[in-house]
Ligand binder design. Structure first.
Ligand SMILES: C[S@@+](CC[C@H](N)C(=O)[O-])C[C@H]1O[C@@H](n2cnc3c(N)ncnc32)[C@H](O)[C@@H]1O
Length: 281
């Protein structure tokens, strides 16, 4: 299935006039956001940890030349860039291409090795199940999937050590838990929350004054990390009971969720939230 970008219009609106501006697209994916930024006249540096997006990045490079640069790395490497930008954008989670390629093991709809690694390096989901203790595994299922009988399932996974998506799926007795279990393991395999926290910590130093950070999230924990980080940046430093010594370093941009029309045309938009901030000084 083709990847349809989520909340792209809202992101473009929030960014305003980006002609001649320099933008980091932290999650290149199918290049939907990147293309929209380039077409609006911005220069784009894009990250993606998935080596399979290289061909798309290559063809955008051919089309847009020096206006585009691709970095095949996790976006927590943002801090290593020796430059500042007018906007840093995250469209988090997984792409339709990742979920739809059976062999990558992200989907319970196809039988495949239990892999789930976006970067195609590090520990697979099968290895994670083997390596984690039952308690750690239960915590992953609870925290990232809100799975109810997490302890029982974690124990079943440890006993059976599933090696394929279907072996895992067949151990999940409540069908409502299948998608949440797959989501929870994917988040843990890719350390998605750790990546987000590390990347956000690098954002203030990489933004120009007036620069914006926009995040589109798909999971409640992801959204909470973004919301709490932005709240801290938009709170004036010092003791809340005393007059502020100086204003907060960032201001909030109005949060957005998908419109009815977008929800009807793109099922991936279901749990999406857009949040943003602009750097004041
Ligand atoms: C939802 S898709 C982005 C879609 C993109 N905005 C578009 O319009 O085509 C998310 C992408 O982010 C990448 N990704 C997720 N976490 C990442 C990380 N920590 N570092 C770099 N890329 C990451 C995934 O590999 C995936 O390709």
């Amino acid at each position: 299935m083709k990847h349809i970008p989520v909340l792209l219009d809202a992101v473009i609106n929030a960014l305003g006039d980006i002609r001649g501006k320099r933008i980091v697209d932290c999650t290149f994916g199918a290049g939907g956001y990147t293309r929209a930024f380039l077409d609006a006249g911005a220069h784009v540096v894009a990250f993606d940890r998935d080596p399979n997006v290289a061909a798309d990045a290559e063809s955008i490079k051919k089309e847009y030349g020096n206006m585009f640069r691709f970095i095949s790395e996790t976006f927590s490497h943002l801090i290593d860039l020796d430059e500042t930008f007018d906007a840093i954008v995250f469209d988090l989670g997984i792409s339709s291409m990742q979920i739809d390629v059976a062999s990558r093991g992200f989907s319970f709809r196809f039988d495949a090795p239990l892999d789930m690694r976006m970067s195609e390096t590090g520990m697979t989901a099968a290895e994670l199940i083997e390596t984690k203790s039952p308690d750690e595994l239960a915590r992953i299922l609870r925290d990232y999937g809100d799975v109810k009988k997490a302890n029982v399932l974690a124990r079943a996974f440890k006993d059976a050590t599933p090696k394929t998506t279907f072996e895992l799926r067949d151990l999940i007795f409540n069908p409502n838990d299948i998608a949440p279990v797959f989501q929870a393991l994917r988040i843990a395999v890719n350390d998605e929350m750790g990546e987000l926290e590390r990347a956000l910590a690098g954002v203030p130093a990489r933004l120009n004054i007036g620069g914006k950070c926009i995040c589109v999230t798909f999971h409640s924990i992801e959204d909470r990390i973004v919301k709490n980080t932005f709240r801290a940046w938009t709170t004036a430093p010092g003791d809340a009971r005393l007059p502020a010594i100086r204003p907060a370093p960032f201001e909030l941009i109005r949060a957005q969720t998908p419109t009815e029309t977008e929800l009807n045309t793109n099922p991936r938009a279901r749990s999406a939230h857009m949040r943003g901030v602009v750097k004041s000084y």
